[in-house]
Design a binder for this molecule. Sequence first.
Ligand SMILES: [Ca+2]
Length: 488
Amino acid sequence: MKTICLTIFTLIATTLIPQRPACAEKPNVLFLIADDLNTALSGFGHKQCKTPNLDRLAQRGVKFENMHCQYPVCGASRASIMSGLYPYSNLTLGNEGTLRGSMPNVVTLSQTFRNNGYYAGRVSKIYHMRIPSEIIAGTAESDDPFSWDEAINVKALEQTAPGELTNWSPKDRGSQTFTGVVASDGDSEHADGMAADRAIEILDQVKDDPFFLAVGFVRPHVPLVAPKKYFDQYNRNAMETPVVPENDLDDVPGIIRDYKRNSTTYGVTPELHQGLLQAYYASVSYMDAQVGRVLDALEEKGLAENTIVVFTSDHGYLLGHHHKFQKQHLFEEATRVPFIISVPWLNDQHGRGTTKITELVDLYPTLAELAELTAPDTLQGTSLKPLLVDTESPTWTKEQAFTISRSGGESIRTANWRFTQWGFGEKGLELYDLKNDPDEFTNQAKNPEHASVVKMLLAQLIAKRDAAGFKQNRTAIVGKPGKGKPKK
Ligand SMILES: [Ca+2]
């Protein structure tokens, strides 16, 4: 029966209106998510970082080149992905608390699959997990037990692993310090290799039943631990640091100007900066290799043809862009994430990319539709399926991606503009003309020539944030911790 189905499936998959054959088994889902990974993927046009396995996945799927997170910090972004709700609705507005704590009756993405007879499993970091302390302890304190039949934590040495330890910032910033290890042992001695090993074991155990397997990779979150062979792929002295005008931050609102700024917070010298980039890219390539091992296992076990594979990151990451580092910013490098979906039977657009505006909150309704499951009618995203069938689909009408951050920061990203306000509109505005200034160097918010654009985008931002739950939950949102003056 399986052979006949696969034959019919192959025939149908080559027609113009691809669909799964009625006799096919329920499709599986393999959800892969990296941590603090920006779009430094060779397949997304990055000139130095090498990600051959993710590039291979992109060739077997569709690449979303304008995908934005809803909150550029681990806990809030992941809660948004798993709930299918904007942070203003699920009230997980940072790394504090849990999704279930805010919404006791939420039906999460994997829970919807569970409720429909699927096995749902988690390996390593899916909901918020403090890195490296929870990897060292082997815990997942913010996990949601309702989401899984089985949850596996990995336990690794992180920065105390054997090898050459370096710190690329002279300042100690606790868990966010730019520490890394050129590790002297192998892939499976570290967190992401362990996660791949456990994921491959689970695939073997559950291959005969429909599954939703979520696998979290913790690199390239610091500490940047990777076996030496991945560091050896990059010549430290050839690493290209971002080119940023000296005065770039002069026109940024004061409330956010010095936040995570190199000169005030990190003290990364040009030489350390190159070392940091080498370590970040080495960690990305190490993570990429573990993705490759899981994808290979999927093929070897005969599961590839009936498994939807998703790869993304929880948010982007600044690596010296705008003279700043890390996350919680509302610049492009922090909001934009790599995103690939491979749906074997929707193969007409495989290898293509789409620049349509999309949001991570769109993932939940997408997977529900692809698996033909009924999702909660409260979901706030839109199924991406039209873009999997046609990357230029005229039926895709989303015009703004909405991202919030601390200090009352709210940003919309449209095809041509980024518009951001701080302090819920009381602490300054930013406007970037992405067609002429894609690096967001010149804040045009006070330029009289763009007054009508500011007015238009402000109206769009207010409408978008109210639809996202701000109006309804205003008191709870404004009173949440992390909304005060940002720490430097
Ligand atoms: Ca600027």
